[in-house]
Design a protein around this ligand. Structure first.
Ligand SMILES: NC(=O)c1ccc[n+]([C@@H]2O[C@H](COP(=O)([O-])OP(=O)(O)OC[C@H]3O[C@@H](n4cnc5c(N)ncnc54)[C@H](OP(=O)(O)O)[C@@H]3O)[C@@H](O)[C@H]2O)c1
Length: 325
């Protein structure tokens, strides 16, 4: 089978196309003939810095859609040919992947395989952030960093569907602002001045919920525009700054709650809970509240092009690798 392999960490050219033997499932596992693989920011960090990579060579790709190929012992009632989406430890940029059955989801009715490749990561992440961690309530105001990206595009729609009274986004360019405005956001600010603009838009009060995926200085500036009793949730460090730290002096004066979330951590530690959150999140799509944000697809041979787009901060929505066909 064809598979993208990383033999050394580096730029997009580190993604090399190889021929490997197709995996076979062990107990509790299935194999999947991949239709599409989702591209996640974590893949870029894995390729360039070894983020969550055990050892080299490494096969990137954390989520796929496709058809069940083979079912291992004690792997539940999956059947060959069944349409599924799966959350993986890696290996998604390939013709065939091995997946733990606990992290494989039947594709919900009415969702095609192309859209299904976006289900495992961005949707449960945005859902977990807003509903489980930040505990979104009717009438809350919400601010999302990276609003035009994969998670950002879903978070805007979910916040709106969950009853937010105003949804604000932050992006790095006007083109991205245009994209985010189609994804549930009421107002979208460009990075440099977002904090002043959020205060203006909220009459100086700040927002009830802020989701930050950039970290560093952006985390600090975001913290400054969260209202009293607000919730600031960190879910990434795309800016590559020092990890944030908060102490009593940061949180006590405004009764601020600071939280975090990791879908990869949840998938590794508690796949049953991931499934519960994923099922709730998938309902938002099947009930029509959220449209999944596929914006471009690339062949397996051109996987590097997808990484170049994300790294150059010119992508919007969700990028896919088209594996079959
Ligand atoms: N904690 C979790 O469970 C979890 C799960 C999925 C994703 N994430 C995080 O959520 C973020 C979005 O992930 P995604 O997969 O949906 O990717 P993505 O949004 O498609 O791409 C990354 C986003 O980060 C922003 N960004 C800010 N500084 C950047 C920089 N220096 N270089 C590149 N991008 C930068 C970009 O928006 P602008 O150019 O508009 O700033 C872009 O929208 C990432 O930080 C990722 O690590 C976390």
């Amino acid at each position: 089978m064809r598979a993208i392999v990383i033999k050394e960490f580096g730029g997009p050219e580190a993604l090399t196309l190889d021929e490997l033997p197709a995996p076979r499932p062990g107990p509790g596992q299935v194999t999947i003939d991949v239709a599409y693989a989702g591209v996640n920011f974590a893949d870029i960090l894995a390729r360039s810095q070894g983020y969550r990579v055990g050892e080299l060579p490494f096969q990137p790709g954390l989520e796929v859609s496709g058809l069940i190929r083979e079912v291992g012992e004690d792997a539940g009632d999956f059947t060959p040919g069944q349409e599924v989406a799966a959350f993986l430890d890696g290996g998604g940029y390939a013709d065939v992947v091995l997946a733990s059955a606990a992290r494989v989801f039947p594709v919900p009715g009415g969702v095609d395989l192309r859209t299904a490749a976006t289900l495992p990561s961005v949707l449960p992440t945005a859902y977990g952030l807003l509903y489980e961690v930040a505990r979104l309530r009717e009438g809350d105001t919400v601010l999302v960093q990276g609003a035009a990206g994969g998670v950002g595009t879903v978070a805007g729609q979910l916040a709106r569907a969950g009853g937010a009274s105003a949804v604000f986004g932050v992006v790095s360019s006007l083109d991205k602002a245009e994209h985010a405005l189609k994804s549930g956001y009421d107002q979208v600010f460009v990075t440099d001045t977002f904090d002043q603009e959020v205060l203006e838009a909220t009459g100086g009060r700040g927002v009830d919920i802020a989701l930050d995926s950039v970290g560093g200085e952006t985390f600090r500036r975001t913290k400054a525009v969260v209202a009293r009793f607000g919730r600031l949730i960190s879910f990434g460090n795309a800016g590559g700054g020092e990890p944030w730290q908060v102490g009593p002096a940061d949180v006590s004066p405004t009764a601020l709650t600071v939280g975090g979330f990791s879908i990869l951590g949840l998938a590794a530690a508690d796949p049953a809970l991931l499934r519960v959150i994923a099922d709730r999140a998938f309902h938002t799509v099947t009930e029509g509240g959220v449209e999944l944000p596929v914006s471009a697809e690339f062949s397996l041979e051109d996987a590097a092009q997808a990484h170049i787009l994300v790294e150059s901060r010119t992508s919007t929505g969700k990028l896919l690798i088209r594996v079959a066909g």
